[in-house]
Design a protein around this ligand. Structure first.
Ligand code: PA5
Length: 430
């Protein structure tokens, strides 16, 4: 499903079992959570991929919008990054420029230029009589940016004679303020299970509904995630081993975790993980309220693009990083066509495929890391598919949960984020 290579992880052999032993109680706990199949525990998101009602509800409602020409996902952070990661990972970043539909737009922040661009495209689609679905996604239902964008897009629909009850779907917590308002307005509502926090919610209606509308087989995503969940409930599983590497190197002065993906279209998957790690583990206090300022700074690099941007620093600069390389096998490849006059410029590439060249670069980079004794692990996706991406998502969510336990921090809250929300609202209310 996923190949995970730790050969160059540079964790001393005798250390790994000790770190993994620390994870036994949390694995035990997670096994118990998996038996209850409900959503009353912080770790409950590990049950989502097995929850047929969760998958079916999202698919059923999505079927109603199977003819949609566009979907606008209004959500931020954990409420849109997972959707974007899967959709771009499978369809590619250029999806909206192809002839395929539905187009997928993400309205997350309150950037007048960016939101203005989406309004422009959506408006012209509405003028052509096209069908545009708005999916408002917010667990709390009170995020300033999201409610601002929701109001703008609902008004846009109504200006064009579209009934919000037909074209707006709200995904939120049962009985949040947004839930109640949506119900009063007769909008369709999908529920986010109680203890499933934003960054662990991609396999709930948060991700599954818009992905199903986009035409992605969400059952397969959950099948990949479910297999991985069961693997990661075993002792010494790959998520635990990955967490153990991060834990060890963080203790040994590697304060940065670089997810280095050799795939342009998997960049958003890297960004999804960046948020997952940063928000879950960047904590001022540990669970006993001791000030620890925990965290490891996650960064995302893309091969081969960043070889011409960041690689010099990675090789020559501070030795403060641990790297997870991610590579993927592609179904389709492109042969470098022959242009006689160019043949002598880089003769090694003649008749080679782009994927082959990219693989050679990835191998070359890992070789350089090895030579420089820079620690890394390597995740290989044998295909760009729903199953492998589902498995990757689940593995990483469990890796972060394990790291939370190793660092003794609450991986499920985000107290600092709450502070900016309060400040912003205070300023706006002046
Ligand atoms: O992961 C998280 O919990 C956060 O990133 C939230 O998803 C983000 O702050 C958006 O919050 P909400 O879903 O309440 O709109």
């Amino acid at each position: 499903m996923l190949n995970f290579d730790t050969k160059y992880g540079l964790v001393p052999k005798e250390k790994l079992p000790n770190i993994l032993a620390k994870l036994k109680p949390v694995i035990e706990h997670m096994r118990r959570v998996s038996e209850h199949k409900d959503y009353s525990d912080d770790y409950s998101s590990i049950n989502l991929a097995f929850d047929n009602a969760n998958i079916e509800n999202a698919r059923l409602l999505a079927r109603k919008y199977s003819k949609a020409d566009a979907v606008v996902v209004i959500g931020i952070g954990g409420s849109n990054l997972g959707t974007m990661a899967v959709q771009e990972g499978l369809f590619g970043k250029l999806w909206n420029s192809t002839e395929w539909k539905p187009k997928v737009f993400y309205a997350d922040t309150v950037d007048p230029n960016n939101i203005g661009g989406i309004i422009h495209v959506v408006e012209s689609m509405l003028l052509q009589g096209k069908e545009v679905l708005i999916n408002i996604v917010s667990k709390s239902g009170t995020i300033t940016e999201i409610i601002a964008n929701a109001q703008i897009f609902i008004s846009l629909l109504s200006t064009h004679g579209k009934d919000a009850s037909e074209y707006v779907v709200v995904t939120t917590d049962r009985n949040s303020k947004l839930w109640n308002v949506a119900k009063q307005c007769g909008l369709s509502v999908l529920e986010i299970p109680q203890k499933v926090g934003g960054r662990y919610s991609v396999l709930s209606a948060v991700g599954l509904f818009p992905l199903a509308v986009a035409g992605i087989d969400v059952e397969k995503i959950c099948a990949g995630a479910a297999k991985m969940r069961d693997i990661c409930l075993q002792e010494n599983n790959i998520a635990a081993i990955s967490a153990a590497h991060l834990y060890y190197h963080h203790k040994n002065k590697k304060k940065i975790h670089d997810t280095f993906l050799f795939s342009t279209d998997l960049e958003s998957l890297g960004n999804w993980y960046r948020q997952l790690m940063a928000e879950s583990l960047g904590k001022r206090q540990d669970v006993s309220r001791k000030i620890v300022n925990a965290g490891m700074t996650p960064i995302v690099s893309i091969g081969t693009t960043d070889l011409h941007s960041m690689f010099q620093l990675y090789m020559g600069g501070p030795v403060d990083k641990f790297t997870t390389f991610v590579t993927v096998d592609e179904k389709k490849d492109i042969t470098v066509t022959e242009v006689k006059a160019f043949n002598t410029l880089v003769p090694e590439i003649n008749k080679k495929k782009l994927g082959e060249i990219r693989n050679a670069a990835a191998e070359g980079v890992m070789h350089c890391y090895k030579k420089n004794k820079l620690p890394f692990v390597h995740i290989h996706l044998p295909a760009r598919s729903e199953e492998t991406i589902g498995a990757f998502l689940q593995m990483k969510m469990m890796e972060v949960m394990f790291l939370g336990r190793l660092w003794n921090v609450n991986a499920f809250d985000q107290p600092e984020v709450e502070k900016y929300k309060a400040e912003t609202r205070k300023i706006l209310g002046r």
